[in-house]
Write a new protein. Structure first.
Length: 311
């Protein structure tokens, strides 16, 4: 094995560990693979009851929100890493007037991170560039929905936990020199967003019956003694009528289901392209469902844009 691979390999493994640790810290309530939807029939009955109930404007109201977090992530694990985070979420939220809480029922998240890491050792040195990119659409039943605002405790939650911690593609390129030997390496892995902005008190929010706006610097937040995040959080949500709110919830549900179907087929195709009856390795009779799902997903996203533009 080329000795110069040791420094690059070790560094990238440690960075991967840091990313994984951050994802766990930020998302302690991730839904495990073994706890997906229990029963489709039960879910449909629950949804039908919810949708009917949410038409009642005396009990519920909707708002359409936008959230942005921009900041700097730093880590000192085996070197010095620093990069810029951009996180944006568009959502449809439900205000339960009895519980006095605002729940996220559907959202589309876009995320980017660009950072660099330098490594200095007695026997050599290395450098890495880290590019992260992700987009995900989520839909929730009310009993599993993240809480954006709890008016009882006067708390607003930035970037509530996502359903998955592997929706971000992480591209790490590294070059290292060890005892005069230089080599480079590239790794592509999956992870969660480096967004670690803790909850705020609502005292500084601008609130009317139809609108809420909040903007403030994230408190300095140390994930561990060797990793931290600092940045700015901005959020606003404008009221819409319940009929339009329900339409948006259904659009997020449709997009979420299509995306899950597409991901499931993609993962299955990536497992073993030669795993067919008879072991012939032929894919000639296999339907190209992935392309069809891409079209359906784009159509669903376009419908959401059309619905939003009519507001």
């Amino acid at each position: 094995m080329n000795k110069s691979n040791l420094i690059i390999g070790g560094a990238i493994l440690l960075i991967g560990g840091a990313i994984a640790t951050g994802a766990i810290l930020n998302n302690p309530n991730n839904i495990s693979q073994g706890k997906k939807v229990n029963d489709n029939i039960s879910q449909e009955l629950t949804e039908e009851h919810n949708f009917k109930d949410w038409e009642n404007e005396e009990k519920y109201s909707f708002c359409q929100g936008v959230e942005e977090i921009k900041g700097v992530y730093m880590s000192s694990i085996l070197g010095a890493e620093k990069g810029n985070v951009e996180y944006k979420s568009e959502d449809i939220s439900l205000f339960d007037k009895e519980k006095n809480k605002l729940y996220i029922l559907g959202r589309k998240i876009k995320y980017k991170y660009s950072g660099d890491k330098t490594i200095e050792m007695i026997t050599g040195s290395g450098s890495m560039s880290i590019e992260e990119d992700g987009m995900v659409t989520e839909y929730y039943l009310k009993n599993t929905a993240p809480i954006r605002i709890d008016y009882n405790s006067k708390i607003i939650n930035p970037a509530p936990e996502r359903k998955s911690n592997d929706w971000v593609t992480i591209n790490t390129k590294g070059e290292g020199t060890l005892m005069g030997f230089t080599d480079n390496r590239e790794d592509i892995t999956k992870g969660d967003a480096k967004v670690f902005c803790s909850s705020f008190n609502l005292a500084d929010a601008f609130i009317t019956p139809e609108y809420i706006s909040f903007e403030k610097a994230c408190p300095d937040y140390s994930l561990t003694s060797e990793a931290s995040f600092s940045g700015n959080f901005k959020y606003e949500c404008g009221g819409i009528d319940n009929t339009k709110g329900l339409e948006l919830v259904l659009e997020y549900k449709k997009s979420y289901e299509i995306m899950n179907e597409f991901n499931s087929i993609s993962n299955q195709n990536n497992k073993n392209p030669d795993d067919n009856f008879g072991g012939t390795g032929s894919n000639e009779n296999r339907p190209d469902t992935s392309e069809e799902l891409k079209v359906r997903l784009q159509e669903a996203l376009n419908e959401m844009k059309t619905t939003n533009s009519t507001e």
